[in-house]
Structures are given as C-alpha cells and as structure tokens.
Design a protein around this ligand. Structure first.
Ligand code: PLP
Length: 392
C-alpha cells in the first residue's frame, strides 16, 4: 500500500491553530483581559425563523408513513432546485433544472469538482485567497500557478495574457480581502477563459452580501460565461447554514471539454460518490428563498454589513489602508507602520486585546496585511474599534 504522497506536499494547516495558541497563551498570562474576536469567519446570528419552521415541519414529515422520505434525487429535490432557479430569475439568469446540483456546501463541491478534470491541467489561483483551492489541487498533484493580488490592483487581479491556464479559480466577494469584481473585470476573465479553452470555478459563497446593483452577484451575468464557468454557492453565509450544511453548484449545459458536457460528468460523479443532502435540510434551504425567508436572511446580512461599515469608518479615521467590507463581510487592511502580519497580530492582541487573522495565512501576497471580519456582535465590534482608536 502506498499513500497519496501529494498529501505530504501540503503546507501545515497551522493558521487557526497558531492563532488559538497565541490567544490562549495571552489569556493565561492575563486572565482578566477581555479579548474580542474580530477574526470570526463563521456566522453568529441564528437561522431565519422561516427556515427553522420549515425544518421542524420536515422533521414531522419524516415521522409519518405518508410523508416519510428515503433517498432523495442525487442533484437535490425539485422543490429546492426550483427555488434556486427562481432566485437566479431575480438576477435575470435563466437556469434549467438539470444545471443545478444541491450539495452539502461550497467547500465539498469546490474540492470534489476536481474529480472531473484530468491530472495534467494547469490551475490558476489568485493569491491571497481561500486556502481550499490550493490545498485540493496540491492533494491531486496538479500544477498551480498564481495571479497576484496587490494594493495596486485592489486585490482583484486580472488575467495575464502570457499565462496559460486550464482551470481558473475566482472568488468574488473574496475571502479574505472582501474585494468584489466589477462586470468588466469578470468579462476580462470570461474572455480569457474562452480564449484558453479553460474553465472558471467561480466561488460566489458571499454573493448575498453584494448590495451595490452595479456589481455582479453571479458570473452568469457575464456574456459567454455559460460556455466557460461553473458557479459554487452556499446557504452558509447567505442564511447562516454553516452548521446545517447546504449549498448548490451550477454547471451550464453549454459547458463542454473534449466534446463532453461537464454537466453530465458532474452528475455521474455525484451519483457515484454522494447520496444527497437530507430532506429536512433541503426544506429549510428552500424556505430561505421564499419572500419571508429572504427578508429574514437579508436582515442578518444587513447587521453584519453595518458591523463592516463601522470597521471601515474607524480604519478611515485612523488613516489605515484597506479594501472590502462594502459588499462583503471581510475587511482587508494594510498593517500600519510596515508591520508584518504576525507582528501586527501580536500587537493587536497584547495592546488592544483584539484578535484578527494574519494575511500571511492566505498566501504569499497576504504578508503585511490583516483580515478583520464583520461576523461579531455589535457591542464587541464597537468596543474593539474604540480600543483600536485609542491604541493606534
Ligand atoms: N468559499 C469561501 C470563499 C469561503 O470562505 C467558505 C467558507 O468560509 C466556503 C466557500 C465554504 O462554504 P460552505 O460552508 O458552503 O462549505
């Protein structure tokens, strides 16, 4: 027996463990310090009431012979796929039922989609970005090249014509930077992908945070994207489903490679290795797309966005450079006084008792930057910002 030796090439997943170690060491040394976490990457508000009621009713269905459900359809129940298609309709995007695949969240689908691509593809990944893209490709032994996010391009890198790629990852709104591509930026990527006969894996996990009507919330708003893109989305940040687990992936019928529709390959992959999301969860998810569900989910997002606005306002007052936080729950700032990411982490922890996430954990280009998140409670955000203003 041999292991997949590519696992040994993975960098240690030390970021959050190292943060936890440093925070607990500081707390032990200063037991009375009230530490505030502005690094939370998880939602904190409860689920929309409408989704909870739908899941209660669905649980009751499972307890009656007449409404009991066993295995569901591989791509998800029609009622949820119809609700998702209805949601896309509000963006003026028409989807067929067989283009929508319900899954247990964007992370799984983003990792699993690699099953349908050959091992020789060259993969292009923006840096800094959500680490799952790099790690899943390293596990599969694929060649990875990077496009550089920087202060100059607002952490929204555009294609470099000199680079060839077969598989391209884009994340907008971005984790960790909170930057969001404009329509013209995405159009550049779509044109590049079509020229290179590449596929874009578009991670739209934070699309629900976009409230600026000029910004695209789906890559399928862009002409030509149906021939070159797969979109991954999730109820996690849209409606607080991080602990419930439900997402969806859109694979358009027109998307082909080597003469084969990717839609068919993905269906085959899912039918072979995945047995679907629970009926109860899918009922909860479909309730999110009802008028009441959307109103309640959007109220939670508005709460987080107000936190983000307060953080942006404070950073502006302090003269600290940042992007994000306008149409995203993440704010990406340049560490003041030329500090490195971890040096700034330590300074913030020891002087203000505030915890964030060092940018270096999201790729080489994250060094010297820092991620704050808007998922905390309002009182904590307000107090953390007062401490920052007093200390910096
Ligand atoms: N994509 C991005 C950019 C994320 O930040 C996250 C979670 O933090 C995910 C995907 C995973 O989401 P899910 O909970 O749907 O697996």
């Amino acid at each position: 027996m041999r292991i997949n030796a590519h696992y040994l090439e993975l960098k240690d997943d030390y970021l959050f463990a190292e943060i936890a170690n440093r925070v607990s060491a500081f707390q032990s040394a200063h037991p009375t310090a009230r530490i505030i976490r502005l690094g939370i990457g998880d939602v904190t508000l409860p689920l929309p009431r409408t989704a909870v009621e739908a899941m209660r009713a669905a649980a009751a269905d499972m307890g009656e012979t007449s409404t009991f459900k066993g295995y569901g359809d591989y791509p998800g129940y029609a009622f949820l796929r119809e609700a998702i298609a209805g949601y896309y309709q509000t963006k003026e995007i028409a989807l067929e039922m067989d283009e929508i695949f319900v899954g247990d969240g964007a992370k799984s689908d983003l990792g699993n989609i690699l099953d349908i691509f050959g091992p020789d593809n060259t993969v292009l990944i923006p840096d800094p970005v959500y680490p799952v893209y790099v790690d899943t490709n390293v596990m599969a032994g694929r060649r990875v090249t990077y496009v550089n996010g920087s202060a100059e391009n607002g952490f929204l890198p555009l294609p470099e014509e000199s680079l060839h790629a077969d598989v391209i990852y884009l994340c907008s709104p971005n984790n960790p930077t909170g930057a969001v591509y404009s329509r013209s930026g995405l159009k550049r990527w779509v044109d590049y992908a079509l020229d290179n006969r590449a596929v874009i894996l578009f991670d739209a996990a934070y699309e629900a945070f976009i409230h600026d009507p000029n910004l695209p919330t789906s890559i399928f708003e862009i002409e030509g994207a149906r021939r070159c893109a797969i979109e991954f989305c999730s109820l996690s940040k849209t409606a607080g489903f991080t602990g419930v687990r439900c997402g969806y992936t859109v694979v358009p019928r027109e998307l082909t490679a080597d003469g084969v529709p990717l839609n068919k390959l993905w269906l085959r992959r899912q039918a072979t290795k995945f047995n679907g999301v629970s009926y109860i969860t899918q009922r909860g998810a479909s309730a999110v797309f009802t008028p009441d569900g959307l109103t309640e989910a959007r109220a939670n997002i508005a709460y987080y966005l107000e936190n983000a606005r307060l953080i942006r306002e404070a950073l502006s007052e302090m003269g600290i450079w940042f992007v994000g936080g306008e149409n995203a729950p993440y704010i990406w700032l340049k560490c003041p006084n030329g500090l490195g990411s971890w040096a700034f982490f330590d300074k913030l922890l020891t002087e203000a008792h505030v915890v964030g996430t060092p940018g270096a954990g999201f790729g080489q280009n994250g060094e010297g930057y820092f991620r704050l998140t808007a998922f905390g409670a309002r009182d904590n955000v307000v107090e953390a910002l007062a401490r920052l203003k007093a200390d910096f």
